[in-house]
Every structure is written in structure tokens, then in C-alpha cells.
Design a protein around this ligand. Structure first.
Ligand code: NAD
Length: 246
């Protein structure tokens, strides 16, 4: 990752934080982006204290212009863009479809799916100038199976696979690889709203017998972002402790 410039959205917490730290440890210059400024800046401090290179840029991924500003910041600060990890996401309202609010639906679709279009629109333009790039979109196991009470989340994560495949068809010949990662339940603040009983039930759905760790997801994101994954594009990589094998 030496001399590589990487954007990680949702980099202030959980999977995004672990990913930013790992890319920086491998030598990349990392733009940590999030709507949580204080937490995001702490991640940058942690990276810099360990001898890495990182900057924070505040951007709401559900706003097109803020995605454009984020890419411009990365290019202005570090000269180019090599890798983008579109990770920011929310769980959203936990109601069945008949009880789901219109606002709840739109919010999740906007943060988890519109963001991938906005992000890639500007990231790809910068990567084309650079002649190469790798984009990793964070979907979920819920990009390939349903989940009660999470229609918007599940629809957005399925949509993430569709836009990933299409983007790969459109840009792989221009040396820009685009893939999706599908974590199962990972022990991050995203799971805070689940009660203990539900957590135990969910754990039992992972043959490996536990939730995943952010660091375990970051490893596959690093691989996809790196030149080691030079033949990988347009694909979906579950990282799920066996969840989808059930
Ligand atoms: P997290 O809550 O720890 O981190 C998400 C980060 O995204 C937070 O720092 C948050 O501030 C940021 N964010 C939220 N809305 C944003 C916005 N509009 N603009 C910019 N940043 C925003 O959650 P996590 O578990 O690390 O989730 C990261 C990604 O992984 C999400 O896309 C999530 O859907 C996906 N995922 C998580 C799990 C899991 O079980 N934790 C499983 C599968 C997929």
C-alpha cells in the first residue's frame, strides 16, 4: 500500500475504523471520512501516532456534493485516488414493511445505497485520471438473503451488489476494479440496539459460534484494495463465519 491514497467512508467507527488503521499500517495515506468529527479525528490521531499518514474529512455520504468534496480533498491533499472503501452505513428502523415509516425507508436507502452511486460517480472520475483504481463497497450477508424487520437495509444491501456488478462491467477495462464485501454480524456499535437475547440468537446463526470482528473484515477489504487482487472484479465476497452456508 506504499504510495497509495485511500478513502474510507464511515471511518470513525467499527469496520471503517479497522480498515483505515490497517491500510495506514500497510503504508497508505488514508482519508478517514465520517459525519462524526471527534471520533474520526481520534482515528486519525491513532494512525499518526503509530507512524502512519491520515487526514480527516467530514462528509455525509447521502449528499452528492459532499462525496465530490471528499474526493477533491483526497486528490488535493495526496495527489490522486487509488482506493475507495464505501463503508458508511446505518441499520435504520426495525419495523416490518406495513409499519415502516416512509422517512425510515428513505433514510436507509439514502445512506446505504444512494451513497454508493454518489461515491463511485466522483471516485471513478478521479481514478480514470490516475489510470487505475479499486473500489470496495460494503454490502452485507443481507445483500443476498432477507432479514425480518429490515426491508430497507436488505434492499439497499442487495442494491449494493447490483451497482457493484454494473460498475465493474463499465470500468474493469479501464483498470478500475470494483467489488463488494458481505460481512455477517460484526461486533461494532451498529449492533448496540439489539438486546442480549437477540444477540445470542444471532450468534447461533453463525456456525463459527460468535460475531465477527472488524479487523477480520478489514483484511479482505485490504486484499481487494491491493494489487494482489488484480483479477478480482465485479464480485461479492461474504466474510461471514459460515452464516450463508446454513
Ligand atoms: P458503525 O456504526 O460502527 O460505523 C458506521 C460509521 O458510518 C459510523 O462512524 C457513522 O458515523 C458513519 N455514518 C453513518 N451515517 C453516515 C453518513 N450519512 N455519512 C457518513 N458517515 C456516516 O457500523 P459498522 O458495523 O462498522 O458498519 C460499517 C458498514 O458495514 C455499514 O455499511 C454496515 O451496513 C456494514 N455491515 C455491518 C455489519 C455489522 O454487523 N456490524 C454487518 C454487515 C454489514
Amino acid at each position: 500500500m506504499k504510495n497509495k491514497v485511500v478513502i474510507v467512508t464511515g471511518g470513525a467507527s467499527g469496520i471503517g475504523e479497522a480498515t483505515a488503521v490497517l491500510f495506514a499500517r500497510e503504508g497508505a495515506s488514508v482519508v478517514v471520512s465520517d459525519i462524526q468529527e471527534e471520533k474520526g479525528k481520534k482515528v486519525v490521531q491513532q494512525i499518526v501516532a503509530a507512524g502512519g499518514k491520515a487526514s480527516f474529512f467530514m462528509a455525509d455520504v447521502s449528499v452528492a456534493e459532499e462525496n465530490e468534496a471528499l474526493v477533491n480533498f483526497a486528490v488535493k491533499t495526496y495527489g490522486k485516488l487509488d482506493v475507495a472503501v464505501n463503508n458508511a452505513g446505518i441499520g435504520g428502523e426495525g419495523n416490518k414493511i406495513a409499519d415502516m415509516s416512509l422517512e425510515g425507508w428513505h433514510k436507509v436507502i439514502s445512506v446505504n445505497l444512494d451513497s454508493l452511486f454518489y461515491g463511485m460517480k466522483y471516485q471513478i472520475a478521479a481514478m480514470k485520471k490516475n489510470g487505475a483504481g479499486s473500489i470496495v463497497n460494503i454490502s452485507s450477508i443481507l445483500g443476498s438473503v432477507g432479514f425480518l424487520g429490515s426491508a430497507a437495509y436488505v434492499a439497499a444491501k442487495h442494491g449494493a451488489l447490483g451497482i457493484t456488478k454494473t460498475a465493474a462491467l463499465e470500468y474493469s477495462s479501464e483498470n478500475i476494479r470494483i467489488n463488494a464485501v458481505g460481512p455477517a454480524f460484526i461486533d461494532t456499535p451498529l449492533l448496540d440496539r439489539l438486546d442480549d437475547e437477540l444477540k445470542q440468537k444471532l450468534i447461533s446463526m453463525h456456525p463459527i459460534g460468535r460475531f465477527g470482528k472488524s479487523e477480520e473484515v478489514a483484511e479482505i477489504i485490504l486484499w481487494l484494495g491491493s494489487d494482489k487482487a488484480s483479477f478480482a472484479t465485479g464480485a461479492y465476497y461474504p466474510i461471514d463465519g459460515g452464516y450463508l452456508a446454513n
